[in-house]
Design a protein around this ligand. Structure first.
Ligand code: PMP
Length: 339
């Protein structure tokens, strides 16, 4: 008997739920993280890639051997490029040059054609998402049907896939005992998809957005107006607009999380629980602690551990960088880099 997953696709999802010990003990709740960094491309965005591509294939939007084109902070591009490779589609991935060097390198190692562009506001045609869409349109003008623009932000196949997989797994893994779910939003696919499915199964479940400072979404959820203050070193999360995936999302409350709150949680998690995670996971854990405090002891709270810290090592685990950002550095981390 050979026990094996058949291919890349079959490696996506079905991630374990891991108890976050310190966060649970600190709040008297049971706080769990969905270990999404264990996906084959290293992040939760492998799910998004699979959801978008499967939908495009089913609807005949991508032809055999056609080119995948996407704009991404990195992880969706990595997922799409690897999944594409496994199914015979080449990829062209557009990414702002403000993202971590490690993510750019991981993306290059997929074999995708990588186009780095300067950061721009969403209203600017030079914004990486519009840049990607224009590339796909140019390719299709030359050779109709040759390119498919995945459009993760406004293609709701993204949130539908999280409803069908991420949410259902959380439900099954907690035996329906989940009282609250919280995560950050980039496209909003994870948050909106999990929210709609969990609320359908348990209307009283509390859904929260954990938003990095500098994003306009927390104020939108709490007060109905897109308004941003401050900034953040986190990547792939936060937004200045309500994407199609976030439209009418069933979110009860939002927490605005500064880096000085989220990054120390990442250092602590690595030092005492052995998990090295990326910036959005720190924001998510901070959000889970706030949601647990709001619900009170005895509740079950779930969040997402979206990708690994190695993807941001030169920022999140670099004392010099952290000092410059006035983020506290634990002694063990100072020592690790002492001359
Ligand atoms: N965390 C990480 C590390 C990500 O790359 C992303 C997506 N850019 C998110 C969180 C946000 O997920 P979503 O797009 O589903 O809102």
């Amino acid at each position: 008997m050979i026990e094996a997953r058949v291919d890349f696709t079959a490696m996506i999802g079905h991630t374990p739920l891991v108890r976050l010990r310190r966060a649970s003990e600190a709040t008297g709740c049971e706080i769990f993280g969905k270990a999404e960094w264990l996906n084959p491309g290293g992040s939760i965005k492998d799910r998004t890639a699979l959801g978008l591509l499967s939908d495009a294939e089913a609807r005949g939007l991508i032809r055999r051997g056609g080119t995948i084109v996407e704009g991404t902070a990195g992880n969706t591009g990595i997922g799409l490029a690897l999944l594409g490779a496994s199914r015979g589609y080449p990829s062209i991935i557009v990414m702002p040059n403000s993202q971590s060097a490690e993510k750019v390198e991981a993306l290059r190692l997929t074999g995708a054609e990588v186009r780095l562009v300067p950061p721009a506001k969403f209203a600017d045609p030079a914004h990486y998402v519009h840049f990607a869409q224009a590339l796909a349109e140019e390719a299709n003008a030359r050779d109709p049907g040759s390119a498919w623009f995945a459009n993760q932000f406004d293609n709701t196949a993204n949130r539908d896939f999280h409803a069908a997989t991420t949410a259902v797994e959380i439900w099954d893994q907690t035996g329906g005992a989940v009282d609250g779910f919280v995560c950050s939003a980039g496209t909003g696919g994870t948050l909106a998809g999990v929210a709609v499915e969990l609320k359908a199964r348990k209307p009283g479940v509390r859904i929260a957005l954990a938003d990095p400072t500098g994003s306009a979404l927390a104020n939108f959820v709490n007060h109905g107006e897109l308004l941003a203050e401050g900034n953040s070193i986190t990547e792939g999360i936060g937004s200045s607009r309500v994407t199609a995936n976030l439209q009418d999302a069933k979110v009860d409350v939002a927490y605005s999380i500064p880096d000085t709150e989220s990054v120390p949680l990442l250092h602590q998690l690595l030092a005492i629980e052995g998990m090295g995670l990326g910036g959005s996971s720190g924001v998510n854990i901070a959000g889970a602690i706030r949601l647990a405090q709001e619900l009170g002891p005895g509740h079950v709270v779930v969040t997402v551990l979206a990708d690994a810290g190695a993807r941001y090592a030169k920022k999140l685990f670099n004392p010099a960088f952290l000092h410059a950002k006035e983020i506290p550095v634990p002694e063990w981390l100072e020592r690790a880099f002492a001359p």
